[in-house]
Design a protein around this ligand. Structure first.
Ligand code: FAD
Length: 463
């Protein structure tokens, strides 16, 4: 590897080949803080440099792992000592914004929040939003097909990307930097790289789709007396808000109570209710109209018995206070560690039964076990956290069987938005058919026959 690193240093500059302590100091796992074990970290500054690096790696059959902001939650950034990390941290820039077409061209290492802020400066918005916005990168968002809190209104990352550029395992640069909404000239190749978690190519640039900025964003926290209320409220708001429903996030009482009164970490905006809370947001361009519409919709929901209490945020601070409860993952970790977290999707009507059976199954085996549930319910996506008193891999395995086991029969997915990485690889067959997995392997072999890119992630090695 030393000879290869010397050749790579000649391309990217010696200061951009990190080794030893510089590698070990890098945390590759957001949850555990585990250190990087790679042979070296390479930091190309341009697509041309990266392509040249990959040509060398290909010739030397050197496997690589790509790093964006390292906020991924399925161990996709883990690298062994015989692997090199390709970090996109120097490829951090907004190249151009076209307000007429509503597009932004960025380098893949640009943080999501920077993209959001740049769009806002032009009276536009980039619609992807998630808790890790300050650290995660556009390349990582593309590689994981990230979801977040606006999917119900704008879709996932796939819907925000018009074009991209990627470097293949052999150093070939595929430029598919389409800027139009419509382009049916043959296969839509960008889709190969979106959601493939760095296994088919390294994304270097992207053309992002921007939307008109919504100047009014009204946020309410509501309490629902039962799941029929939650599901009914979702349908009710969809109807009454006429397409302006921007967020529908639900917290089970176990999440809300832990992160407010039990831990004292957040001030509860509503007194205790049982058993569900929802954060709903209405987006518009006339604040008076938007507010009146949301107020009216909540009043009629109250009259219909779908909700039993509600508070409408009156300031940014109040809005943030509501969101802090939902996004307080650090609080969850602090109070429930060791903690196993899961990101699953399933049909909305099946959610209450699934969550209840999960809790029963966990407590049957670990009487002191706790479950906390919240999620992007409007998207059919739940985040489940399980704490049973130890964090051993064998215990995690037992909990995984309980969490993932029922999903196949329900038509759900072991990964709603975080991807498969290493963590869920053994459960892929619960959510994909043998034919689908065989086609994934065919694509992997076609684009990366030497298995150099994020090897062993998503698909287990064939015997
Ligand atoms: P990384 O963690 O660096 O990488 C993730 C994967 O993508 C790895 O397999 C990596 O090899 C690959 N990769 C990274 N960059 C590239 C590239 N340029 N080309 C090819 N492959 C690449 N996710 C959601 O979907 N919705 C949420 O609401 C959400 N909330 C979160 C909240 C918190 C507090 C945290 C910590 C994470 C959350 N996540 C969420 C997960 C995470 O933020 C996303 O998966 C994000 O898209 C990862 O981006 P990243 O730049 O950090 O990627």
């Amino acid at each position: 590897m030393q000879a290869l690193l010397k050749d790579i240093a000649a391309i990217v500059g010696p200061g951009n080949v990190l080794t030893d302590n510089d590698v070990a100091q890098r945390q590759v796992d957001w949850m555990s803080g585990a250190s990087c074990c790679a042979g070296a970290i390479i930091r190309p500054g341009t697509t041309a440099e990266l392509a040249a690096v990959m040509r060398l790696c290909h010739a030397a059959r050197q496997p690589v792992v790509t790093h964006g902001g390292l906020t991924g939650l399925v161990h996709g950034g883990e690298a062994a000592s015989d692997e090199l990390v390709i970090s996109l941290e120097r490829m951090n820039a907004i190249e151009s914004i076209d307000p007429v077409s509503g597009t932004m061209t960025v380098l893949a290492g640009t943080p999501l929040q920077r993209v959001q802020e740049a769009a806002a400066e032009h009276g536009l918005q980039f619609a992807l939003d998630l808790g890790a916005r300050g650290s995660c990168t556009i390349g990582g968002n593309i590689a994981t097909n990230a979801g977040g809190v606006r999917v119900i209104r704008y879709g996932m990352m796939r819907q925000q990307v018009l074009g991209l550029e990627a470097v293949l395992a052999d150093g070939t640069v595929v430029s598919s930097m389409n800027r139009m909404l419509k382009n049916n000239a043959g296969y839509d190749l960008k889709q190969l790289f979106i959601g493939s978690e760095g296994t088919l190519g390294i994304v270097t640039r992207a053309v992002l789709r921007l939307h008109p900025r919504m100047t009014s964003e009204r946020t309410a926290l509501v309490a629902c007396p039962n799941f029929d209320g939650v599901a009914g409220l979702l349908a009710h708001l969809g109807r009454e808000l006429g397409g302006s429903l921007g967020t529908f996030e639900v917290m089970w009482h176990n999440h809300y109570a832990l992160l407010t009164e039990e831990s004292g970490r957040n001030t509860p905006p509503l007194p205790p209710h049982w058993p569900y809370y929802a954060i709903v947001e209405s987006l518009g361009n006339d604040d008076a109209v938007n507010t009146a519409q949301l107020n009216a919709a909540l009043e009629s929901a109250l009259e219909a018995g779908l909700i039993e209490d509600a508070v409408l945020a009156q300031s940014d601070a109040q809005r943030q206070g509501i969101w802090n409860i939902r996004e307080d993952i650090e609080g969850l970790i602090q109070h429930l560690a060791p903690l196993f977290t899961f990101d699953v999707s399933l049909p909305i009507p099946d959610m209450p039964g699934y969550a209840m059976e999960l809790e029963q199954a966990v407590q049957q085996r670990w009487p002191q076990g706790r479950i906390v549930v919240f999620g992007h319910l409007g998207d059919g996506n739940l985040h489940v956290s399980v704490s049973v008193g130890d964090g051993e891999p064998v215990t995690r395995r037992a909990v995984e069987h309980i969490v993932y086991g029922p999903l196949a029969e329900l038509g759900g997915s072991v990964s709603a938005e975080h991807g498969i990485g290493l963590e869920k690889r053994d459960y892929l067959a619960l959510s994909r058919t043998p034919e689908e997995i065989a086609l994934m392997r065919t694509l992997k072999r076609a684009l990366d026959p030497l298995n150099l890119l994020n090897r062993d992630k998503v698909l287990a090695q064939e015997d």
